[in-house]
Design a protein. Structure first.
Length: 277
């Protein structure tokens, strides 16, 4: 290549890089200025913010105050601080050309209801709470079914087989299943980027299920009957009923919520929000 052409190509490339660099710097500068303006707005007094409201936003605030007083029985001493809290975000959005009605995706009456009835974020359910909740659920199922089957089982051969399932087996298996299902629920409720591949999840499940089956076989051995007695069928049924009500009390006390249910609700809410936008 001719040295002149090579120099010309290098100069052109350098000019392009310089242009890209200048554009990026300009974007960063604008973003910094925007953040500075937003922070400046947040430091303004409510009176200053009210003076900056556009006509459209003034009408929105006027109607919002009206619905707070008339529909939600707010006094003026309650209305003013409630409005003052949302003024900064309204002004920030206004500078970007977004009116309050689009910012909140709600009419003033709906926004008044939201302000008067703020949603309380449910406390995050811990792993042990899910394990206990699942364990109680499986105890209700296993103990209840086992008690009913024993109650109506008239075959002595089958009765001998059923005798292998003592209270230790039932209780320990429900504990293991409770922990296992809590672990799996936690895995499946995560984002795809934060959970292992599906084949690994299945492999782990098969392995853990195999351990549980080995444990059932071990506790069903004749020499374990000393510490693993088979109770009267009615005792199993009564224990299942007690566990059912204990689980209800436990879920209410600790606000246990299925993370998969929360994930589904969030996905539905996100889809609805996308349709609005």
């Amino acid at each position: 290549m001719d040295p002149k052409d090579q120099n010309k190509s290098e100069n052109t490339e350098a000019a392009k890089n310089s242009t890209v660099g200048n554009a990026q710097q300009e974007k960063l500068k604008k973003a910094h200025e925007q953040n500075a303006r937003d922070e400046e707005i947040k430091k303004m007094s409510p009176k200053e913010l009210r003076n900056k409201l556009s006509n459209k936003n003034q009408d929105y605030i006027f109607r919002l105050e009206k619905f707070l007083t008339e529909d939600q029985n707010y006094t003026m001493d309650q209305v003013e601080p409630a409005i003052d809290q949302i003024l900064p975000e309204i002004i920030v959005a206004q500078r970007k050309g977004i009116p309050a009605s689009n910012l909140y995706q709600k009419a003033p009456r709906e926004k008044a209801i939201e302000i008067a009835n703020p949603k309380k974020e449910a406390p995050k359910t811990k792993f042990w709470m899910h394990a206990v909740d699942n364990g109680l659920l499986y105890f209700v199922i296993f103990a209840g079914v086992f008690g009913i089957v024993q109650l109506f089982n008239t075959s002595s051969k089958q009765q001998d087989g059923m005798q292998q399932m003592g209270i230790l087996t039932v209780a320990s298996v429900t504990i293991l299943f409770g922990i296992l299902m809590a672990y799996y629920t936690d895995l499946l409720s995560r984002d795809k980027s934060k959970r292992p591949p599906m084949w690994q999840i299945i492999l782990i499940g098969v392995f853990l299920f195999g351990i549980i089956m080995v444990w059932i076989t071990f506790t069903s051995m004749p020499f374990m009957r000393v510490i693993n007695p088979v109770l009267n069928p009615w005792v199993y049924i009564v224990l299942a009923v007690i566990a059912f009500f204990v689980r209800r009390w436990f879920r209410q006390k600790y606000h246990v919520v299925d993370p998969l249910q929360i994930k589904r609700q969030n996905e539905i809410a996100a889809r609805r929000q996308n349709r609005r936008n």
